[in-house]
Design a protein around this ligand. Sequence first.
Ligand code: ZN
Length: 443
Amino acid sequence: MLTIKRVPTVVSNYQENGSSEDLKSKAHGCGRNCLGNCCLPASNLPLYVFKNAEHERVEGDIHGSCNGGCPQMSFLNNHLLGQWEDRMNRGLFRYDVTSCETKVIQGKYGFIAQLNEGRHLKKRPTEFRIDKVLQPFDENKFNFTKVGQEEVLFRFEPNKGKTSVYFPSSPVDLEKGSPSVIAINVSPIEYGHVLLIPRLPDRLPQRIDRDSLLLALHFAKEASDPFFRVAYNSLGAFATINHLHFQAYYLAVPFPIEKAPTCRTMSSKGPYETRVVVSKLLNYPVRGFVFEGGCKLHDLCDAVASSCISLQNNNIPFNLLISDRGKRIFLLPQCYAEKQARGEVNQELLDTQVNPAAWEISGHMVLKHRKDYDEASEQYALRLLAEVSLSEERFQEVKQLVREAANLQSDDEYNIMQQEARYDPVTTAQVASHLHQGCLVRH
Ligand SMILES: [Zn+2]
């Protein structure tokens, strides 16, 4: 059994000091207004129903463009940020993320460093088992049914109709289905940092399934903002809570991984214009895949979900970054935690206590110590990420798994370099204007 010790991130105010005894739910209203069986069935929670875009075509322009001279803030952003700021005003966060210093590290990649001294305070390192990507749900460990309802922003559910609608208060009816929930992360990395917890009362363990990934893609699509990304960490790849969840936040600059050149390597079969295209990252310190295209949202979802399920079944830890309004998905198999457990990671890197999960791998480095922040260099980021990446040989094995799982054909003959910039500066300035000034990265 391989384990590492790390300081777990506190994502809910109900996570700290909660022994398993305290956390046991009492029948019918435990008095905490939580999300467990005791309180949820009798509760009213805001509800956001998103338009059923299941059968809508993915737009031809996979880099996204705003129709009719927007950008306007989307309906979802409006509610998400409004509710998030309300929770900030109510003092539910453990620190003020808008006062965290952020800078772009000089160099060719543009890694982003944040000094976040509040995120890991007052917590002792905990032992994590990292050699099993699939582990059963454990009712006795912290999970999101323990969270207080004040940390919930709204439920996020599909609408049968063609519009998105927000209900400020709506009774929870578990008979009609298990609610998926958007909640704050009380230790935010950035503005609007939230958790998406699919079918929360069903107590799903941290593992990708098709429907949950589709929900996450709808979340990204509905936000319709190039600065809003959704991420997933598997067990063994720095997820700390074994209760199915995605994370999401706004960052008003491109992530370095989004700017990396790519090379087409596989695609789905069928008519050319409807294919899901899988590329590999070039000139990036972590080897990874980029999924794009497909005729419908669920085509893209199916290809990624099948790949993730195969990685899970083969016990390969991985991270996902959902970018460009749900149209580009980065799949990043990794081996850092395993190397750490085997004592193969350089002590200097370990001393910074940075856990390379989806955000860090994508290029947003959250540093815990002033000294590391002041001295942060591209060299440091590259050394850290080099330890995350699979070897070329191992990566090729994973590529075969992905190819079989998602029923793809090899496209290596295409070898098309795609090096265009994905953000034009005018749109960047306009879209970023709804984000909090304190969170805009200083160059
Ligand atoms: Zn309760």
